[in-house]
Write a protein that binds this ligand. Structure first.
Ligand SMILES: [Zn+2]
Length: 450
């Protein structure tokens, strides 16, 4: 993360060349293009900016219509009052199909070319998500949200132990790598996704752990929530540790889910595992995530919205764990990742004392792009404009969003060219809104809102 500023590349009059297979073959100054470029198709985006596609490492499909929900409380009350009833609507296939269209539209509008999507409990809703994602040409990693226990409001989302394993297994067989038949080239991937430890039993963790262990080598992902809300007495962290009688919340995902953190099954941790939030981690949990290559999806907008606190930035990054960004929509009320990165800037500059940090705009951009690719174990395919990567990018035209245009045209810039560049990048990240994202490409193919 410290190297982000040094690694930042900004080219004033740049060219991005994409070959017929959707791969980047050149990224550099326009006047350094090879001689034969005059025969190529050239799309002139001046005076716009081209960014790598944004990567959302935590967003909830069945919460498409429940962002900004008032639940009169923090995480557990909000789940009970707003989320479980809303997610139950996805049992209706027509409702789920309409939600899949709306969800993809919101992703495209926000330039979110890849996403780890927390799925619906209902297989027909997951079919709708994968089908619509494929139809639109987006990337996705997703899996049905597994619940085997919970309050009455979650009754329709809860399955038997047998169905929990069967449905996840069927989803993997049906959708993992389904678009190309090869996980290394596919746009569609499946994850094993228990909602969180409080929504499942030790038997579920054991059964899903065995399933995950049997599909790890096929590049299947693992995704869940970790250490999100720690309100004294009724918070998720204390409740989880009490229910499982474990030393740490992470132990429940690490096979050590029996009382006293005794081993009861296989671990879910690894380089294709992403845990959302990680606001209240012990040092031993951060070290274990770093050791296993497990990544964190940092969701500052959601953490503000649900009163969950602030993930300690310096301490978390210093542990060596990869930190990528997540909207956590609808726990967060923003889909656009640059707004979420803006919240990251605000909450971390406001951390107490020496913990406070003014994040460099290059760190923010990295967290919203290449760090997401790294967290998804896809750094060889996406995340920036290195030669040979797949061409996922967004075009940002300040003229399409007057408040941004004003900042770019009339803002004061330092005489130091590096600082001036950083100031412009910061203005773009902070002031960008959906209307400024005028074009979105995945593998070099333009995709549009329906
Ligand atoms: Zn979430």
């Amino acid at each position: 993360m410290d190297g982000a500023a040094d690694a930042l590349v900004s080219i004033d009059d740049g060219a991005l060349v994409v070959d017929g297979s959707g791969r980047i073959v050149f990224c550099g100054a326009f006047d350094e293009l090879p001689e034969d470029h005059e025969s190529w198709t050239v799309v002139d985006h001046r005076p716009g900016y081209i960014f790598p596609g944004f990567i959302d490492t935590h967003v909830h499909f069945p919460q498409t219509f429940i962002g900004d929900a008032y639940g009169g409380g923090q995480l557990l009350e909000w789940l009970n009052a707003c989320i479980f009833p809303s997610e139950s609507q996805f049992e209706d296939p027509e409702f789920a199909a309409a939600a899949a269209v709306a969800f993809c539209d919101r992703r495209i509008a926000a330039g979110t070319t890849q996403a780890m999507v927390f799925g619906s409990a209902f297989p027909q809703a997951q079919d709708a998500l994968f089908e619509e994602t494929r139809r639109r040409g987006l990337r996705v990693v997703s899996g049905r949200g597994v619940q085997t226990t919970g309050p009455e409001s979650a009754a329709r989302l809860i399955t038997s132990e047998e169905d929990a394993v069967r449905l996840v297994s069927e989803e993997i067989e049906k959708w993992h790598g389904a678009d190309t038949g090869d996980v290394d080239t596919a746009l569609l991937h499946v994850a094993v996704v228990p909602r969180f430890s409080l929504a499942v039993t030790t038997e579920t963790l054991k059964n899903l752990g065995e399933l995950y262990d049997s599909v790890r080598d096929r590049g299947v992902y693992f995704h869940s929530h970790l250490n999100e809300n720690d309100r004294p007495g009724t918070g998720e962290v204390a409740t989880t540790k009490e229910m499982y009688q474990v030393d740490s919340y992470l132990d429940t995902y690490d096979g050590k889910f029996l009382p006293g953190s005794k081993v009861g099954g296989k671990s879910f941790l690894g380089k294709r595992s992403i845990l959302a939030h990680a606001v209240h981690c012990q040092d031993v949990e951060l070290a274990r995530m770093a050791e296993t290559g497990t990544s964190i999806s940092h969701c500052p907008t959601s953490q503000q919205f649900l009163g969950s606190g602030t993930m300690p930035w310096k301490r978390t990054v210093a542990s060596g764990v990869t930190v990528a960004i997540g909207s956590d929509y609808g726990g967060g009320d923003e889909f656009l990742l640059t707004r979420v990165l803006g919240d990251a800037f605000k909450v971390h500059i406001s951390e107490a004392g020496d913990d406070g940090i003014s994040l460099h705009p290059a760190e923010l951009l990295f967290t919203g792009t290449l760090a997401g690719a790294r967290a998804l174990d896809m750094e060889n395919r996406i995340g920036n404009f290195d030669d040979g990567k797949e061409a996922d990018f967004v075009v940002v035209d300040p003229q399409a969003w007057p408040p941004l245009h004003g900042l770019i045209e009339k803002g004061v810039r330092s005489p130091d060219p590096d600082l001036a560049r950083d100031q412009t990048l910061f203005a773009l990240l902070m002031a960008m809104r959906e209307p400024a994202i005028t074009e979105v490409y995945v593998q070099g193919r333009r995709i549009d809102v329906a």
